[in-house]
Design a protein around this ligand. Structure first.
Ligand code: PEP
Ligand code: MN
Length: 449
């Protein structure tokens, strides 16, 4: 590919309306930051993105299941070894439950190592008569409610890059350096068992896995796959200056990849067909996702496919539906039907979080565990009735014992929310709610297969 043309194509989004971009005071400073980022080492390699695309092609064929999750918004302060390890540990536990109880290969994608920017429903926030710019994620401004913190600061993009690098480095070390070895299934649960019913249930499953491993070893089988896991990073490709600066031409194929993460997605608020985000995503070769909310029409879905995967490459495009528990059974079928009829290869995954948010009387933004579960159940029902593959889940969770969503095995109630409400944006499932969900999803998966 001619590099001049490539650069022109990669910048075509600049001529289109870009929703949800911060208002930066000083364009020169943004340019200087973008310049610096464009010289920074890649966080991921094109070959890894292609490998994930292959895994997602398995999902399209109905042969694998995606587990994608992490914080709604990562924070710089939260990019610590403990927090990252706890999230990863929870993701590994969920994946083991799904793999073993659901008997399906699980594609593990962290909503981690780059999820530092947030779209907002309102550009400003008012407290006690004072109005300031909304918090847009640590990559843009600070969460404290002061004029200084809420100013958009382009230098934060550099810090987002560095925190992504640190987080991804930890994830790579944990998943390749022995920690993710299947013989560690008990160790991941150690600080958890006594405390929770989900932990105890997991412990029993880990015991079964141990016996299976011992059996396989006795038979002389000890495959490489048992000693580490493939882990991929992802975030919403929201801040186009950042994503563009981290887009590189792969020397092997001559094609552009966004090397900020393996997988990036377009949010519900930025998926306009003639908008900058869709244009930008159409140019990069990573596997990509698009969030689809309840107002999506089948024609919207087909048009997105035409723009984002015109050649019908399996694994390139994932639709992440987030309809709400009350709507999914009515709004998902026409989308799946039309897309299936078109023959386009799409992976369908369910985000049971973003259609189920409400405000508790205390003012906390929260979600009911039962609604989350019900949306996933509706997702499975719809795919079962249409003969299509329920390809995965996308969730907001943390490895810590926060009290942000109500319900689950440990039965958190609205009055408990204040106890450990720590999210920088949307409410997350805590560790035991996440494990509860994994067990229930594994059962649903087994039922449809
Ligand atoms: C999110 O994933 O945090 C988000 C804002 O989702 P959506 O774009 O689906 O609203
Ligand atoms: Mn969110």
């Amino acid at each position: 590919m001619d590099t001049t043309t490539a650069a022109g194509e990669l910048d075509a989004w600049r001529d289109l309306p870009a929703a949800q971009q911060p208002e930066w005071d000083d364009p020169d400073e943004v340019r200087a930051v973008a310049e610096e980022l464009s010289k920074a080492p890649p966080l991921v390699f094109a070959g890894e993105c292609d490998q994930l695309k292959d895994r997602l092609a398995d999902v399209v064929r109905g042969e694998a299941f995606v587990l994608q999750g992490g914080d709604c918004a990562e924070t710089f302060a939260g990019s610590t070894a403990d927090a990252v390890r706890n999230k990863l540990k929870t993701l590994l536990q969920m994946a083991v439950v799904l793999t073993y109880a659901g008997s399906v290969p699980v594609v593990k994608i962290g909503r981690m190592a780059g999820q530092f920017a947030k779209p907002r429903s309102k550009p400003t926030e008012t407290r006690d008569g004072v109005t300031l710019p909304a918090y847009r994620g640590d990559a843009v401004n600070g969460i404290e409610f002061t004029p200084e913190a809420r100013r958009s600061d382009p230098r934060r993009l550099l810090q987002a890059y560095h925190c992504s690098a640190v987080t991804l480095n930890l994830c790579r070390a944990f998943t390749k350096g022995g920690y993710a070895d299947l013989r560690q299934v008990h160790a991941w649960n150690q600080d958890f068992v006594a405390a929770s019913p989900a932990g105890q249930r997991y412990e029993r499953l880990a015991g079964e896995i141990d016996r299976a491993l011992a059996f396989m070893k006795a038979c002389g089988a000890d495959p490489e796959e048992f000693h580490g896991v493939e882990f991929y990073s992802s975030h919403e490709a929201l801040l186009l200056e950042y994503e563009r600066a981290l887009t590189r031409i792969d020397s092997r194929s001559g094609l552009p990849y966004d090397v900020s993460a393996h997988f990036v997605w377009i949010g519900e608020r930025t998926r306009q067909l003639d908008g900058a985000h869709v244009e930008f995503a159409s140019r990069i070769r990573n596997p990509i996702g698009v969030k689809l909310g309840p107002t999506t029409t089948p024609d919207d879905a087909l048009a997105l496919i035409e723009r984002l995967n015109p050649e019908g490459e399996p694994g390139r495009l994932t639709f992440i539906t987030r309809m709400g528990a009350g709507r999914i059974r009515e709004v998902l079928p026409p989308l799946v039907e039309k897309v299936t009829q078109s023959g386009a290869p799409v992976a369908w995954i369910c985000d049971p979080m973003h259609g189920n948010t409400f405000e508790a009387p205390s003012g906390h933004k929260t979600r009911r565990f039962d609604d989350v579960l019900d949306e996933v159940a509706g997702f499975f029902e719809v795919h079962r009735s249409l003969g299509t593959h329920p390809g995965g889940i996308h969730i907001e969770f943390t490895g810590d014992d926060v009290t942000e969503c109500v319900g689950g095995g440990a039965a958190i109630v609205e009055d408990d929310l204040h106890q450990r409400y720590e999210t920088a944006c949307d409410p997350r499932l805590n560790r035991s709610q996440s494990l509860d969900l994994a067990f229930m999803v594994a059962e649903m998966y087994r039922d449809v297969h």
